[in-house]
Design a protein around this ligand. Structure first.
Ligand SMILES: Nc1ncnc2c1ncn2[C@@H]1O[C@H](COP(=O)(O)OP(=O)(O)OP(=O)(O)O)[C@@H](O)[C@H]1O
Length: 373
């Protein structure tokens, strides 16, 4: 029997913010009864797809009733949270417990002291990691996918931002906010499918965490195309894109607007590692990525088969190749704070540029035209 965690929010002392996503903020926290370090993911239900909460002010019961009517019962959501607690694999973040606090869902999980691969690249490796670290990170992630697929789950959000690392080099796949159970039947699956809008919008789905999926760069062509079914092979595509993300520091097409990414994913040849430009990477790595990024999903390998590829057979244990990535860096909360400051500065600069453009376009009294007229 695993350890039991209390469902009383007062038993958790929230400390620094260590991550933020489309729908959640993640805190380092102390579980007071045992003085244990944990992570608490606070999902803001207000940011989950609709703005129902705004319409109801602070009346949470009315809000939850409306959520139930729209998306299925909150009991279903709780049941799915239970499934998360049953998942048991060394490369998958397990939820210890979850409960509703006001209009937030709190998910308590192990604290991964080095945060996500995405944050690490943003702070220290803007051009991506070296191949030996990539091999270890991908192998651990693939073991997690093999387990999930074997148990009938599709993760649906495989990306560098969902691969977490601990200070001993351990790697775990996180975020089941958008995972779906292949064995799901009936109303719950139907209500979820109602929220899967394809081409023309972002692929958007509602499940346990009401997550809004904006990770369009990672999505397989069949996921983005209306009317095409998809299965666990969609994770293999995202896994290939994640490999490129780790190799270059960003996903292919990430600088384009979502609609363009959607069209490029459907119409263009699949992205990959370039034999000339990516000289520093081995042939075996390039081949492995090319196997994942095949447009015809039936031709992509299963996770089980991919694990047998020579690229993974030769991968180093993560405590050798991953641990050294963060050897000289400040603690996670400090890195996250630095990123937030950088983001705010970039936003301020963008606004300034926009105001300048507006000023040059508008006929503002007292404005001196560039020609001096
Ligand atoms: N257990 C954990 N330990 C340490 N950091 C974590 C943990 N879980 C999440 N984080 C950090 O918080 C960030 C956001 O978490 P998460 O991806 O779960 O939120 P989200 O709202 O679902 O994001 P998105 O929808 O963009 O994927 C992660 O990228 C990671 O940096």
């Amino acid at each position: 029997m695993g350890k039991i965690y209390s469902l009383n929010p007062n038993d958790y002392k929230l400390l620094e913010e260590v991550g933020f996503g489309a729908s959640a903020t993640v805190y380092r926290a102390i579980y007071l009864p045992s003085n244990e370090e944990v992570a608490v993911k606070c999902l803001d239900l207000d940011r989950c797809g609709s703005n129902l909460f705004e319409a109801h002010g602070s009346d949470c019961s009315e809000y939850i009733a409306e959520v139930e009517e729209e998306f299925g019962s909150v009991d279903d959501i709780r049941r799915e949270a239970q499934t998360m607690t049953l998942i048991d694999h060394p490369n998958i973040i397990k939820a210890y417990c979850s409960f509703v606090v006001d209009c937030n869902l709190w998910v308590v999980m192990p604290f991964m002291a080095e945060g996500s691969c995405l944050h690490l690249m943003m702070i220290a490796y803007p051009e991506g990691f070296e191949e030996s670290a990539i091999g270890s990170i991908l192998k651990e992630t693939l073991k997690a996918l093999e387990y999930l697929h074997r148990h009938g789950h599709i993760h649906r959000d495989v990306k560098a931002g969902n691969i977490l690392m601990d200070s001993n080099g351990e790697v775990k796949l996180a975020d089941f906010g958008v995972s779906a159970c292949l064995f799901d039947r009936g109303d719950r699956q139907r209500s979820r499918n109602r929220w899967e809008l394809h081409a023309g919008t972002f692929a958007l789905s509602f499940s346990l965490t009401c997550s809004l999926v904006l990770s369009i760069c990672m999505m397989a062509p069949e996921v983005l195309q209306p009317g095409t079914g998809y299965d666990f092979k969609a994770d293999i595509w995202s896994f290939g894109i994640t490999a490129l993300e780790l190799a270059h520091g960003h996903a292919p097409f990430s600088k384009y607007p979502p609609m363009k990414v959607l069209l490029m994913t459907i119409q263009n040849a699949p992205p990959g590692l370039d034999y000339d430009r990516d000289k520093k990477f081995s042939k075996s790595f390039k081949e492995m990525v090319a196997m994942c990024l095949v447009k015809d999903q039936t031709k992509r390998p299963t996770a089980e088969k991919l694990l047998k590829h020579p690229f993974f057979k030769n991968a180093k244990p993560p405590e050798l190749s991953v641990k050294k990535l963060f050897a000289d860096l400040p603690p996670l909360w400090k890195r996250v704070k630095d990123l937030q400051v950088k983001d705010a500065a970039q936003l301020a600069f963008k606004n300034l540029q926009q105001n300048k453009r507006q000023y040059l376009r508008l006929d503002i009294p007292g404005k001196v035209s560039p020609s001096g007229m």
